[in-house]
Ligand binder design. Structure first.
Ligand code: SAM
Ligand code: SF4
Length: 349
């Protein structure tokens, strides 16, 4: 009988990740769901996602909006559109929103984000929790945004294996694995509820790497995780390799193994899961995830934020994204924690 409760070693994680028997996989996901319900409850919390801008200085080999992709129409949302998104999140009862964008750093950009965070806090009288996902910044910038009112930050390590990292990024100081690790540590130091995560099914990646990823997540001490399948984008160096997309099963096993390893953590059921299976996010919830990030970006620019191909819902608006998600969750009997922040119990602990 495979050990599921209280797993902590690489071998125990690998036992889960390498399981191929569908009945056993179902046992693993059910146990992870049970542990989640017992530890942090059954409700899912929502964070409305605003894709602020697709302008990025970086050139990650996997990402469709990388700086060198000249076929992308670059945009930056006006402050009015961002504030409309915040009003929608408030009205919809989402409890929190996420501001995500390509990576940029300049004093003007820092100030702009600071003012948006303050305006969202004022508009919602502090009711909306604010998560940022704006890439690597120096610690002073992280502190300025934290003091303005953002209290969560997502920065994926992408892979915990530095050699693999160097195969999926250009080898220069802008794309340094060590710098990425330092940025995650800086976020924890500043006081953010910090999230990291990885892509699953990357070219050159092994099950060993994925087990190490989960141990990295545990050891660095983050409070939230967003993991999802790597998905191909043809206009990227990695996409041109033509590697097939991984199965949802491996992603679900990663979610369950993480829940069993860290019962209190917040785990997102990511949009990329929905690309492999229309019910991918809901299935991830039933495998141990507890956070979903419905898209609130205005329809006019959604197609310009295609980090991977076949991104779902690019023709939808915030209302449609909300009703489709609600319908899917209701079908699976999953309850939503409306108007709640749903902070990580790992952080409070
Ligand atoms: N620029 C910021 C950053 O990189 O942290 C935030 C935005 S970036 C688009 C958010 C995440 O998208 C990345 O951390 C990466 O894991 C994911 N991503 C990019 N390209 C992807 C792909 N082809 N398949 C799956 N996930 C991808
Ligand atoms: Fe830019 Fe983030 Fe895409 Fe890398 S993953 S190219 S930093 S948007």
């Amino acid at each position: 009988m495979m050990k599921l409760i209280g797993i902590s070693t690489k071998e125990e994680i690998l036992n889960i990740l390498s399981e191929t028997n569908p009945d056993k996989i179902s046992e693993i996901t059910k146990e992870a769901y049970r542990v989640k319900v017992e530890t942090i409850g059954s409700r899912v919390h929502l964070r409305g996602l605003i894709e602020l801008s697709n302008i990025c200085v970086k050139n990650c080999y996997y990402c469709g909006i990388r700086a060198d992709n000249e076929s992308v129409n670059r945009y930056e949302l006006s402050d009015e559109h961002v504030m409309e998104g915040a009003e929608f999140a408030l009205r919809a009862g989402y409890g929190s929103l996420v501001l995500q964008a390509g990576e940029r750093s300049s004093p003007g950009y820092t100030k702009h984000v600071t003012s948006l965070v303050k305006r969202i806090k004022e508009l919602s009288e502090g009711k909306l929790g604010i998560t940022l996902s704006l890439g690597e910044q120096n610690i002073e910038t992280y502190r300025e945004w934290y003091e303005a009112g953002a209290h969560r930050y997502l920065l994926r390590i992408e892979t915990s294996n530095p050699d693999l990292y160097s195969k999926i990024h250009p080898n220069n100081t802008l794309h340094s694995w060590e710098r990425r690790v330092q940025a995650i540590k800086d976020l924890i130091t500043v006081g953010y509820q910090t999230g990291t995560g990885v892509m699953i099914g990357l070219p050159y990646q092994t099950l060993d790497d994925l087990a190490d990823d989960l141990l990295f997540i545990k050891n660095i001490g983050v409070h939230m995780v967003g993991m999802g399948p790597y998905l191909k984008h043809s206009e990227t160096p990695l996409g041109r390799l033509g590697v097939n997309t991984t199965s949802l099963d491996l992603t679900l096993k990663m979610v369950s193994a993480l829940r069993l390893l860290l019962p209190r953590i917040n785990i997102a059921a990511t949009t990329a899961m929905q690309v492999i299976d229309p019910y991918g996010r809901e299935r991830a919830v039933l495998a141990g995830a507890n956070i979903i990030m419905p898209n609130m970006t205005i329809t006019e620019v959604r197609e310009n934020y295609q980090i991977y191909e076949n991104k779902p819902g690019i023709k939808d608006d915030a209302d449609i994204s909300k009703s489709k998600l609600e319908e899917n969750l209701a079908k699976m009997g999953i309850e939503i924690g409306w108007n709640e922040w749903g902070d990580s119990s790992a952080f409070e602990h």
